[in-house]
Design a protein around this ligand. Sequence first.
Ligand SMILES: [Zn+2]
Length: 251
Amino acid sequence: MQNPTNPGSGIKLVAQNERKRSLNRSFPERTERLSTKHGYSWQVRLAGEKGGRVTGRTHLAVGAAAAMLAAGPAASLTGLALAAAGGAAGAVLPDLDVRDTAHPWRERLARAGAAALLVGALVFDAVSGASLARDAVARGVGPLLLGTVALVALACAARLSAHRGFSHSLLALVGFAAATHLVCPPLAPAVALGFATHLALDALTYRGLRLFWPLHATLSARLCKTGGVADACCLVAALAAVLLVCWSVLA
Ligand SMILES: [Zn+2]
């Protein structure tokens, strides 16, 4: 180990770590504390694996687009709004397990966007007939309460799980869809579809995901060699699909 007061020492150590990452290609973007045997330590930001990351905004856009396409041009405006909100919400749920990222505001922005879409869709439904509220009253308070408790429990479990573990599994997909069905049945298909798009996109990356958690097998297509380009292409395609569905409904 070189003298830590020598700037070249830290640079050399970071370069070694970066080389290991380029060989392994399974490390997320993160900050790391490097230390020496002399007790010196310093924080550095390390680049993520090349192509291993799909951003929250892309997940959100793809989830919303998929749910809107599934709803189809024959859907009512309320149905389309609910599809977009459900798809977006389902698409950001798996990444509740993201805690250690160099850009936490990006995750928060995606979650805030999904929440805003959800609130907007509920308000839109309320001012255009309140069919969801009337349906909830007809079903009684029991399913609503049970579904809410289940959603909170699942969100806590996802938050505490290892990255791309439980929250990126079929078990979580089924759990979130079932809990959403108890709270608001019309949202459940869109949430499930948005969730599924997230798993599909993450399965394309080098890191992959544990789809059949608690089994340890990792599913990875290892396709995304240039994550920036792949991510941007997915985002543009999703936004184009959203515009296409909106145009076909409003035309
Ligand atoms: Zn993910």
